[in-house]
Design a protein. Sequence first.
Length: 319
Amino acid sequence: MTAKPAQATYLRKTGNTVRLGNRHVEFGFDIKSNGALVSLWDRRTDTEFIRDQKAPRVLYRLSLYDRKRKTTTVDSRQARRSSWYCRESEEDTTLVLESGGFPGYTMSVRIEVTLPADSQLSTWRMHVSGLRTDEALYLAEYPIVSGVLKVGDGVPGEVLVTPRQGEGYLFRDPYPVVDNLPIMAGKGPDQPASGVGQFSQMYPGSQSMQFMLYYHSKAGIYLACHDADMHVKRFSCAPFTDLGPNPVMVIGHDQPAEAGRNVDVRYETLLGVFHGDWYDGADVYKQWARQQWWCRQKFAERDIADWVRKGFGIWQMSN
């Protein structure tokens, strides 16, 4: 399939990789690995974010209960069949990745990745169907972004950012190795702790906003949900079981865990690029947030009681 003009989106297949892109960004999906994300290329700076091509290739992971509340985990690598196709319009192009044939399961999974013609961000949605009446899906994790972070082999200016407890946490050189030992932040700058650092936070809860950032001296990755209804999610940057020693970035989408119930994650999950530092990345989220009913009008301009306007004390607790 040939590329469209530079101002539009394109979808083309080169070898085992299907590439979805526009003039800002290109995403590569490995068809041989059931559609796993293997490339995230910022075109402006010619930056390929996924540096480790030996990293495990996983598109999604699902966690299920059976009737006895025993948990099992299934990921895209276990699918025995997969296919892809595209939907195109004047405004955007959507890559549809379907998989099924999981040993011991009847379910099928569909991931839809939509890239507008003039956007730096792609939108991801998931649909799971065919669940048996004795199994329930309680957590869907996607997109899984692996191969970006490498312990002891960081990129110059490498930074991770996460909103936490009403504040913003910024980690510079987040995964160093000193004297052949990986270290992480401890109680203070002179008290590092051994091991690979990680964070995993719930929204709503300790994750105060629905995004996290990775960036370095050239460009950055924006991973977020634009969900005005505030469904429960888990934002993580950590090593995953069976995905090797290096941290991966992922969003976990909590589900109602109703036996036999199909799952549609309808809100927007976004993955793409930005340029600048944490302020510029946070601005992407702010532009969306200011369009929502709960942030469209400044607090001082709202129709609120005078005692609220003048100020009051709050004791806040969160999980």
